[in-house]
Design a protein around this ligand. Structure first.
Ligand code: ADP
Ligand code: ZN
Length: 590
């Protein structure tokens, strides 16, 4: 606790940091599953400072190591990265520092750590703990398998006395089991946190005039950092150009650009020289920028997994952030066609299912958070109050008669067809298929002609969500009645649904929320400018100096002396000493 305050400047632990940290200090292993931004790093950094010896942290990417090491050093911790980015003499220096016990934390790539010579060196060094970050990289099931990670399985046996902690933000249960097995952590305590990201506001917008919608949302000159994801490189270039013409500081990023340009763009974003990155999904891995305020999906994402991971890059610092999806059925159809051209048919079928789940989410009426978490197997009560469906609930109506009409039609067509045919029968379509099956003679035929197909589609989707209907057969889904059906058909039970949108919605200009800024915005901006100056002098990203949450608090409290400044979350002893003077000066001029 004392270290938390002194080194990191934080006033309290987040759940379940304290338990994990205490366990490690006592020498126990741990498996930690926490969402992005949950505060995983502290779980091993703090015990490493408490225990004798150096904490060894395995990390898959040089950029991630660099970020963490920069942040630790800014807090006065003796941390280094040991990877291929070092020159020979630098490497030697690191090793000397390590063997002479001068290091508190060492970040290392897995292949370096597991080299025979390096392991032998470790035999003569006090090791505080091993931390395996991004531990899902060890599993084939994970989306990011790295063969170098597999050898880490030997660590547990080779260093039986050193506590080991594995951390990941990947919720997939199979990956989870795999990590525990491969790292021999069956005895370790598991700490599984909720995957909810309460500070992210999920919004799905009907995509009408996307360029205009986006430019209006981003707004010129507010300096908020954001990422806009597009499906193709061309789209990336177009949208970046459009935003720049609208006076917004935006840059494109995609795999077709030369490495150097990409690196520059990424650096510019981290250093706050560029506000908005327009990118393909290639952008994001290894980016730890905590103050990304919005993530926009300009095109429909391929799956909910990707969508959730990408939106998760917003608001790592816990401050209010936006995740906005621009959705149109047209985009969905385009994406689906693209998937269908894939060579591997089995693979295509899986991808289409994932895309369909994405569409259901976008067209859903229930709490977005509830839908997303349910997809990952986590229950949420809904009514989160921080998503578009909770904030603007759609009108409900008594749909009992229409529901009966649908259920009867499914019954009369013998529960052997998909939604397409059922809707065709309802609206009284006169097709070859219907005639040859004799469905034009059914009582249901044309019974729903008072509404159009889109209406019936929307109602069927809701019935599937609510369990009045279910789908069978994955490839060619057919509609089946369920146990709930009887209650409706026999009367007595009413069904209340959300009224489907009119087929051609009037061009309703959606007012997008502008992100809350501190009460004293003028001061906040001055503090931000000072932070940027210091960051440039030191060659680090601004968030390494102070996070946005810390600046917000400074702007609100206007501390007059070192004591008051030091009491603010994120201001540790080291930073107080280094930057205190300059920040206090600025505040005193107010
Ligand atoms: P993760 O690795 O889980 O994505 P990080 O360890 O990078 O998350 O932490 C996310 C953010 O939360 C960082 O900005 C970090 O400084 C902040 N943070 C972590 N623990 C605390 C705490 N106890 N109090 C205040 N801020 C914290
Ligand atoms: Zn909600």
């Amino acid at each position: 606790m004392e270290t938390l305050e002194r080194v990191f400047g934080y006033k309290s632990f987040r759940h379940p940091q304290q338990e994990i940290i205490e366990g490690l200090i006592e020498g126990n292993d741990a498996f930690v599953l926490m969402p992005t931004g949950g505060g995983k790093s502290l779980c091993y950094q703090l015990p490493a400072l408490h225990r004798k010896g150096v904490g060894i942290v395995v990390s898959p990417l040089i950029s991630l190591m660099k970020d963490q090491v920069d942040a630790l050093r800014a807090n006065g911790v003796r941390a280094v990265a040991y990877n291929s980015a070092l020159s020979q003499s630098e490497s030697r220096e690191v090793l000397t520092a390590m063997t002479s016990g001068k290091l508190e934390l060492l970040y290392v790539a897995p292949e370096r750590l597991m080299q025979g010579a390096f392991l032998q060196k470790l035999d003569y060094v006090d090791i505080a703990l091993f931390a395996i970050d991004e531990a899902h990289c060890i599993s084939h099931w994970g989306h990011d398998f790295r063969p170098e990670y597999v050898t880490l399985g030997k660590l547990r046996e080779r260093f039986p006395k050193v506590p080991l902690i594995a951390l990941t933000a990947t919720a997939e249960p199979r990956t989870r089991i795999d990590i525990v097995e491969r790292l021999h952590l069956s005895e370790a305590r598991s700490y599984i946190s909720s995957f909810d990201r309460p500070n992210i506001r999920y919004t799905v917008l009907q995509k009408t005039n996307a360029a205009e919608q986006l430019a209006k949302y981003v707004g010129a000159g507010n300096g908020l950092a954001g990422i806009v994801y597009c499906s193709t490189r061309k789209r990336v270039e177009d949208v970046a150009g459009m935003l720049r013409r609208a006076g917004i500081s935006a840059e494109a990023y995609h795999a077709g650009m030369p490495d150097r340009d990409r690196k520059n763009v990424q650096e510019g974003f981290l250093r706050e020289d560029v506000d908005v990155i327009v990118a393909t999904v290639a952008f994001g891995m290894g980016i730890d920028k905590p103050n990304v305020r919005f993530v926009v999906h300009y095109d429909v994402p391929k799956h909910i997994e990707g969508y959730y991971q990408e939106t998760g890059r917003a608001g790592r610092d816990g401050l209010p952030s936006d995740a906005i999806l621009l959705f149109s059925v047209g985009d969905y159809i385009t994406a689906k066609r693209l998937v269908e051209t894939g060579e591997n048919r089995d693979r295509n079928a899986i991808e289409i299912k994932k895309l369909e789940a994405m569409k259901r989410f976008a067209e859903g009426f229930s709490c977005r958070r509830k839908q997303l978490l349910a997809y990952f197997g986590e229950e949420h009560s809904g009514n989160c109050g921080n998503c578009d469906t909770c904030l603007n609930p759609r009108e409900r109506y008594d749909a009992t008669e229409d529901v009966k009409t649908i259920l009867m039609c499914v019954y009369e067509t013998k529960q052997r067809y998909g939604a397409r045919l059922v809707v065709d029968v309802l609206v009284g379509a006169d097709t070859e298929k219907i005639r040859s099956a004799g469905f034009d003679l059914l009582p249901s035929h044309g019974k729903g002609a008072g509404q159009d197909s889109a209406y019936w589609d929307a109602v069927i989707n809701q019935l599937l969500d609510l369990g009045y209907l279910r789908k069978e057969n994955e490839k060619y889904p057919i509609l089946k009645l369920t146990a709930l059906t009887k209650d409706v058909l026999r009367g007595g039970n009413t069904v209340s649904l959300v009224r489907p949108a009119a087929p051609k919605p009037k061009r309703r200009r959606q007012r997008l929320r502008s992100i809350a800024r501190p009460a004293d915005r003028a001061l906040f901006e001055k503090l931000r400018a000072l932070r940027k100056r210091i960051a440039d002098e030191e060659g680090v990203p601004p968030y390494i100096v102070f996070g946005d949450a810390t600046l917000n608090e400074i702007a609100a409290r206007k501390p007059k002396d070192r004591g008051a400044l030091g009491a603010i979350s994120g201001v540790g002893t080291h930073k107080l000493q280094k930057y205190g003077e300059r920040f206090l000066n600025l505040i005193s001029q107010e």
